[in-house]
Design a protein around this ligand. Structure first.
Ligand code: HEM
Length: 459
């Protein structure tokens, strides 16, 4: 294993001689060490290897993890020799452990793995459709759905904010935005939240429903993403439309849920951060950005496969190896002035140079929407509940065992029991005759009182 060295000027060299596969030095991105202290592990790898280090995504599944901020930027922005097409990935070509490869890394037709003109055409359609969303209407949907979700646990005085709130709000909002008819929103949102694994018959139902939706909106266009994609000048085929909608929903749901969960976690567990937001010294928008710096929902992602051998720092990367961008490690790269600031410190406030949205042509096209869902989700919750605090120690909060997106599994909190806000129209029937677990109905029109400050328990 190489010793500590400063590799930051090593740059990115293309080399002509094959340099061999990832070595036995590869460090697992699973197991206790990773789950207990991911940032500690990234820093150790950075010290030992520089900006790119060998890791194992699963037992026997090697990859190069790109830890350097500028290296992530350069690879994501440079189409050659770093291809997005993971069908070139040697381990996959050789059929190694295909069943255990994270779904996000397996090539699928459409936007996320497309390159060049095909990517530009599909990307334009999605970006233009997202652009047409009316922020005021989206904010209203988010408030209504958030209010209805909170109604269902507000009187209890305790709740798991991941399971009952953060993981529910985005799928309902996204389902609504793509134009699913009100009566089908609940069932559709439930399908969307199912875990996808390669080798499992996963997406069949989602794709069938999306095809039905495309057919419906061809006949009855509305003010929704599906209708806008259908009428887009790039005229995607029905099959392309289904792929575009699927990738938009799949790429949107979980990261937004994880961002909301993480923001709530910091608010209730970090005194300095929580009191800065409560006292309006830190706006919710800036608070969201701070969370995106220190805990980006897509911690590792944006797979690339080099088409020729390359050397970055000490890493000799072979053509056909898999490279995974570590947005979490890149955000903490000491080359950035000040490095990773602690949450709550004013240094990062308002700075948006983090890589939580990715970089280059595949950078997230839905930042505004994601920020709105998470930001309004936070605000509504803080306005409704007082005395919020963690039910147990922050150190006991578990994360999903994923090398790519290890979001919180639960966030048990206590608060002052609050009344249901009855007497207003239901959000949409029967969205909350629940596909998940809860039988009761709730409703709210989202009266949005400016009461922030009461939620935070100072003692
Ligand atoms: C906090 C929430 C979100 C985060 C942190 C996030 C992050 C990212 C990142 C890092 C990428 C780049 C992945 C890559 O290069 O392979 C990406 C791509 C993408 N995201 Fe997001 N995203 C979020 C929310 C959303 C939402 C709400 C939507 C849509 C409703 C969405 C739609 C997409 C799509 C369609 C792509 C693929 C773009 C392309 O390949 O050209 N994302 N996102």
């Amino acid at each position: 294993m190489p010793s500590s060295a400063n590799h930051r000027n090593a740059g990115l060299d293309l080399v002509s001689a094959p340099t061999g596969a990832i070595t036995g030095d590869a460090v697992p991105l699973y197991g206790e060490v990773f789950s207990e202290d991911q940032h500690g592990l990234y820093e150790r790898l950075r010290r030992e290897w520089g900006p790119v280090a060998p890791v194992l995504l699963e037992p026997g599944l090697p990859a190069w993890l790109v830890l350097g901020y500028y290296e992530v930027l350069r690879i994501c922005r440079t189409p050659r020799p770093f291809s997005r097409d993971t069908r070139r990935w040697r381990e996959l070509q050789e059929g190694v452990r295909h069943g255990s490869v994270p779904a996000e890394l397996v090539h699928r037709p459409g936007l996320a793995f497309a390159e060049g003109e095909e990517h530009e055409r599909l990307r334009r359609a999605v970006s233009d459709a997202l652009e047409r969303l009316d922020p005021a209407a989206v904010a209203r949907h988010v408030r209504e759905i958030a209010g209805a979700l909170i109604d269902r646990f507000a009187p209890d005085g305790h709740a798991d904010l991941v399971r009952r709130y953060a993981h529910r709000l985005p799928p309902y909002v996204l389902t609504k935005i793509v134009g699913v008819p009100d009566g089908e929103v609940a069932a559709f949102a439930a399908i969307l939240t199912r875990e996808v694994r390669p080798g499992r018959p996963d997406d069949g139902e989602l794709e069938r429903r999306l095809l039905d939706l495309v057919e419906l909106r061809r006949g009855e266009p509305g003010e929704d993403l599906t209708s806008w994609l259908i009428e887009h000048p790039s005229a995607p085929s029905d099959k392309e439309l289904v792929h575009l909608l699927r990738v938009t929903l799949r790429r949107g749901d979980r990261p937004t849920a994880d961002l909301l969960a993480s923001a709530l976690r910091w608010l209730v567990s970090d005194r300095e951060f929580g009191s800065a937001v409560a006292a309006h010294r830190l706006g919710v928008e800036d608070a969201i950005d701070q969370v995106l710096w220190v805990d980006p929902p897509v911690q590792n992602g944006a797979p690339h496969v080099p088409t020729q051998d390359a050397r970055i720092g000490r890493a000799d990367i072979g053509a056909g190896d898999l490279m995974v961008m570590s947005f979490a490690a890149a955000n903490a790269d000491p080359v950035l002035s000040g490095g990773l600031a602690e949450l709550g410190h004013a240094g990062l406030s308002g700075r948006r140079a983090h890589l939580a949205w990715g970089a280059g042509p595949h950078r997230c096209p839905a930042q505004r929407l994601a920020r709105m869902i998470a930001g309004v989700g936070v605000e509504v919750l803080l306005d409704r509940l007082t005395g919020l605090r963690l039910e147990g120690p922050a150190a006991r909060l578990d994360r999903r065992p994923s090398p790519l997106a290890a979001g919180l599994v639960s966030l048990p909190v206590l608060f002052e029991p609050a009344p249901v806000r009855n007497g207003t129209e239901p959000v949409f029937e029967p969205a909350f005759s629940d596909p998940f677990t809860d039988p009761e109905q709730g409703s709210s029109r989202g009266r949005h009182a400016a009461r922030r400050g009461r939620w935070f328990r100072r003692s």
